[in-house]
Design a protein around this ligand. Structure first.
Ligand code: NAD
Ligand code: IPM
Ligand code: MN
Length: 360
């Protein structure tokens, strides 16, 4: 049976950006990628159709797929759902957990053409190439107990549990060290070991693991300092490894160094090379349905899919080169446009990347 790619467009700008990325997948099929495409519902889209953010049908299709391309989930329409298990975000979290997609790669790379779109001075971001390795199936996102309750006197409280065991820390640490070996051989582990026991253990386990990678230089940093260093001198970082919540926050911060959150792709992988690929950004309700969203993070996520789930580095590089080519042509969606640039729509950007890919 052919490998399957499951497309989950989701909510907000999700359908618009996945539409552009699917064009590139189809062009890859024409270039010899032997896969079948299927579609499913997730998030608010699935709630509207079935009452549940992750219907069994979608989960079964996800389990059977080699790779999943997800647009984005969530939006104001579903924000009033107080039952967390029925919110759109639960659809995304449910797939990550069910498929054990613990290794989340979020590369923050500055395309040189976008140096002026970054909120930092060009000399601070020129040549930026950071890989954030975020643990994705544990930590405070999934720890038990969690919930809402009430104390005597009717005072309400909410609580979550930040927990990691050493096996979870070791397996994400390995992803980071292996990644560093293919890059500049530096890992910075980000924690809050001055306050939280769970990250004291994190630091200890990562330090033990480093002995197996003597060729990789390990440093540690508290998360508050890391947030500051990312905007002070981001090029000091090569690979950053961190837990689920810190990684979520730092990757949005790093995205802005590259010009826009609309530029940051991601891969979420399990131990079998099965993966979900999605832009790091959300459903952008403020611009949804207006043909304004930047589709490049999603298109670059397809490149990550080809590299990590299909072992097709040449096709992946061709997609990345096509993105570089359209940026060279001066095409910019609104989020990355500077005065004098040619501002284009989501659709025009997708078409231009497709044309550059086909010519490449
Ligand atoms: P967001 O990332 O959706 O938007 C933040 C800002 O960035 C907005 O101004 C938006 O217009 C802009 N933006 C985001 N993507 C863009 C793109 N491709 N092109 C141009 N501009 C872009 O974050 P938010 O507003 O905090 O969240 C909105 C909804 O998305 C929430 O329901 C949230 O839970 C959800 N969300 C989903 C994912 C996901 O599906 N992976 C990720 C983050 C947030
Ligand atoms: C992301 C998103 C998700 C996360 C939300 C929507 C559950 O912000 O993929 O970065 O927090 O992981
Ligand atoms: Mn996020």
């Amino acid at each position: 049976m052919k490998d399957q790619i499951l497309i989950l467009p989701g909510d907000g700008i999700g359908p618009e950006i996945t539409f552009e990325a699917v064009k590139i997948i189809k062009a890859c099929q024409s270039a010899g990628l032997d896969v079948e495409l299927g579609y499913g519902k997730v998030g608010g889209d699935a709630i509207d159709a079935t009452g549940h953010p992750l219907p069994d049908e979608t989960l079964d299709a996800a389990r059977g797929a080699r790779a999943i391309l997800l647009g984005a989930v969530g939006g104001p329409k579903w924000d009033k759902l107080e039952d967390i298990s029925r919110r759109p975000e639960k659809g995304l979290l449910g797939i990550r957990k069910a498929l054990n997609l613990f290794g989340n790669l979020r590369p923050a790379i500055l395309y040189p053409q976008l140096a002026s779109a970054s909120s930092l001075k060009p000399e601070i971001v020129a040549g930026l190439d950071i890989m954030i390795v975020r643990e994705l199936t544990g930590g405070i996102y999934f720890g038990q107990p969690r919930g809402f309750s009430e104390r005597d006197g009717g005072v309400r409280y909410g609580y979550n549990t930040y927990v990691y065991d050493e096996e979870e820390i070791r397996r994400i640490g390995r992803v980071a060290f292996e990644m560093a070996r293919k890059r500049s051989k530096r890992v910075c582990s980000v924690d809050k070991a001055n306050v939280l026991e769970v990250t004291m253990l994190w630091r200890e386990v990562i330090t033990e693991l480093a002995k197996e990678y003597p060729d990789v230089e390990l440093s540690h940093m508290y998360v508050d300092n890391a947030a500051m260093q990312l905007v002070r001198a981001p090029k000091q970082f090569d690979v950053i490894v961190t837990g689920n919540m810190f990684g979520d926050i730092l990757s949005d911060e790093a995205a802005m160094l590259t010009g826009s959150i609309g530029m940051l792709p991601s891969a979420s992988l399990n131990e079998r090379g099965q993966g979900m690929f999605e832009p790091c950004h959300g459903s952008a309700p403020d611009i949804a349905g207006q043909n304004l969203a930047n589709p490049l993070a999603t298109i670059l996520s397809v490149a990550m899919m080809l590299r990590y789930s299909f072992d097709q580095p040449a096709l992946a590089a061709r997609i990345e080169a096509a993105v570089g080519e359209v940026l060279d042509q001066g095409l910019r969606t609104a989020d990355i446009a500077a005065p004098g640039d040619r501002q284009v729509s989501t659709r025009e950007m997708g078409d231009a990347v497709l044309a550059a890919f086909q010519a490449g």
